[in-house]
Design a protein around this ligand. Sequence first.
Ligand SMILES: [Mg+2]
Ligand SMILES: [Zn+2]
Length: 187
Amino acid sequence: MVDSGRTPALFVDRDGTLMVDLHYLAEADRLEIYRGVTEALSLARAHGLRLVCVTNQSGIERGLVTDEDVRRIHARLNERLRPHGAEIDAFYYCPHLPERGCRCRKPGTELFERARRDLNLDIARSAIVGDRWLDIEAGRRLGIPTALVPPPGHEAEIEAELRAHGAMPDIRARTFRAAVLRLLARG
Ligand SMILES: [Mg+2]
Ligand SMILES: [Zn+2]
């Protein structure tokens, strides 16, 4: 069998997962990466996973955030991660309002499919970490392991949301780092 050269990815949500969710953040100066995230991303990278961030940014269509703001935040995030070997390989975002019913907003899988084509990813060997039901549901639709990391203080509300949508993560962890370690241990 010829090796296809396809690489697995660690798909990560952005707000509430990599960084504190500041609700329609427009200023890159305010971004706050959670403790342990940088280390965990660099570990995943060292394990040969591509790092792909897929994020819903409806603040764009709401007129609260611009495409340029979002791109600036992603650039700033990578400026912080790069010195630690934890750079995100690619960011994908949906700018639409939920009611538009687009296919790129999570739990839709269109952005993941785009990443697969752009980066020649092996989706079947990939995994996803997120803080909400939509991340878990996107992972279920892709058929990959899912890890939930609820932001501190929001556990009950996140669990209620999961139940309401019938979403069931494979892994529940208290920190992003713990989630990544457990996903890597699954092989
Ligand atoms: Mg989130
Ligand atoms: Zn969309």
